[in-house]
Design a protein. Structure first.
Length: 153
């Protein structure tokens, strides 16, 4: 669990990390450099959920590298329902594609990633935070005061 304490004393308990694969963690089905190590470290505090339509293949290798079984989900409403089922108030969702927008909006914290594949404008609008690459987005979770600094009213 990762806790985020706000200046007003309220508190978030983040327990699940729901991640899109292609365009977010990977390019053309291959994990981006540094992603596997960073996610293994975050896996000590958060339950990792890899949601993917498998557009580019390579899922078996990604599962092996991350030690996480992928959930075959590609459509936006399905991703949103998955987050809701986990308990959206305890979820961080990270993605870049249009089909990630509803998931980001539903989660307690939605992070949109502008990676080498680009990012849907709809997803950017649905997110709480937009980052320039996946590692910067994941680092926010290792340093929760960065989340507070970005989102405080």
């Amino acid at each position: 669990m990762i806790g985020v304490t706000w200046p007003d004393g309220s508190h978030w308990e983040l327990r699940h990390l729901c991640l899109d694969l292609n365009g977010t963690l990977a390019l053309d089905g291959v994990l981006l450099p540094g992603v596997a190590d960073t996610l293994r470290a975050l896996g000590e505090d958060l339950e990792i959920h890899l949601l993917t339509a498998g557009t580019h293949g390579g899922i078996g290798e990604v599962e092996r590298q991350l030690g996480v079984k992928a959930v075959p989900i590609g459509r936006g409403p399905e991703k949103e329902a998955y987050v809701a089922q986990l308990g959206a108030e305890h979820c961080v969702a990270v993605g870049n594609g249009r089909n990630d927008a509803a998931m980001l909006q539903r989660a307690r914290l939605g992070i949109a990633v502008l990676g080498p594949e680009g990012m849907s404008a709809v997803t950017a609008q649905a997110a709480d935070i937009v980052v320039g690459d996946i590692l910067r987005g994941l680092e926010l979770l290792r340093h929760p005061l960065r989340i507070v600094a970005t989102l405080r009213p």
